[in-house]
Design a protein. Structure first.
Length: 158
């Protein structure tokens, strides 16, 4: 693999990480808005805890299964697979929460809302493991994506 191919691969990875962290933040704010309508308003703060919980569970899953992925050299394929699953889960979970309003058991909403964060945690963990030599650049792309996501969600609601 030439130097240009490696640089291109790193750039694509940073752009992908930027978009994933941005979409996770947008989903978090969207879920906050959904919960404020569907649940009692003080459950809105639950979404932040669910985001942290889901990302942590995703990291734990990668911790336990990463050796199997490393043996088969399938980390990049797993990143692509879970990215597709993440995008599908955004649609399915958001529409499910919207179509199942006013269930008295808020645990159902919590588990449903946490699922995309788990997939996001898996993706982020796999990216940081696979490209650990550029971890500082990946961290920058992650923070930049989250900040752009937090700003861009303002324009979606206006």
């Amino acid at each position: 693999m030439s130097s240009n191919d490696r640089n291109y691969s790193k750039l694509i990875t940073m752009i992908g990480l930027f978009l994933i962290s941005s979409s996770l933040f947008i989903y978090e704010v969207l879920t906050t808005r959904l919960f404020s309508t569907v649940l009692v308003y003080h459950f809105v703060f639950l979404v932040t805890s669910l985001a942290i919980l889901g990302l942590g569970i995703g990291g734990i899953i990668v911790f336990f299964f990463e050796k199997k992925l490393r043996i088969f050299k399938m980390r990049t394929k797993a990143i692509a697979f879970f990215s597709i699953i993440l995008s599908i889960s955004y649609l399915v979970i958001t529409l499910s929460i919207y179509k199942l309003p006013y269930i008295d058991v808020f645990i159902i909403y919590s588990v449903m809302a946490c699922i995309p964060f788990v997939f996001g945690g898996i993706i982020l963990s796999l990216i940081f493991i696979e490209f650990k030599n550029i971890g500082h650049k990946l961290y920058f792309a992650d923070l930049l994506g989250s900040s752009i996501g937090s700003i861009s969600i303002i324009f979606f609601y206006e």
